[in-house]
Design a protein around this ligand. Structure first.
Ligand SMILES: [Zn+2]
Length: 142
């Protein structure tokens, strides 16, 4: 489910990092993204999806929206995606701190690269990631 977990040096380390990531509060950025995503989803649902479903004509528009299985599944999916991204970012930060050069944005393996730009997602990163000694586990862990 999280390919990052396979990159830790052993399963117990991966397990610890995963538990930490689950416990960690989502950053303010994740919360803002979630609120905007739900707002957009709600507007799209109320304006385009709900009128086409034509269910519960006697209920109010808001009741029809928030009680609709389509809306509930859609918004749960959005929340889970954002939560997943938050966990992934935490795991990637942990990997970088333990000396595994990995793209924070997409998880691409950055080993052996010459350029401080991820070939997978095109974002630039700290060139020091390419020098394993700079981010050894002794200096960052703990
Ligand atoms: Zn990337």
């Amino acid at each position: 489910m999280f390919p990052e977990l396979g990159r830790f040096r052993d399963p117990p380390t991966a397990e610890t990092a995963f538990r930490e990531a689950q416990r960690a509060q989502s950053g303010i950025r994740d919360v803002i993204v979630a609120v905007i995503a739900l707002l957009v989803l709600t507007i799209v649902f109320v304006e385009w999806v709900e009128p086409r479903l034509g269910q519960w004509r006697e209920a109010s528009q808001w009741a029809r929206t928030f009680l609709s299985p389509v809306y509930i599944i859609g918004s749960s999916y959005v929340i889970l995606r954002i939560r997943r991204r938050s966990i992934q970012r935490h795991l990637r930060r942990r990997l970088i701190a333990s000396g595994v050069p990995i793209c924070l944005h997409c998880g691409y393996d950055l080993r052996g690269l010459q350029d401080a730009r991820c070939p997978e997602c095109g974002r630039s990163f700290d060139a020091r990631l390419l020098l394993p000694t700079e981010f050894s586990s002794d200096s960052v862990d703990g």
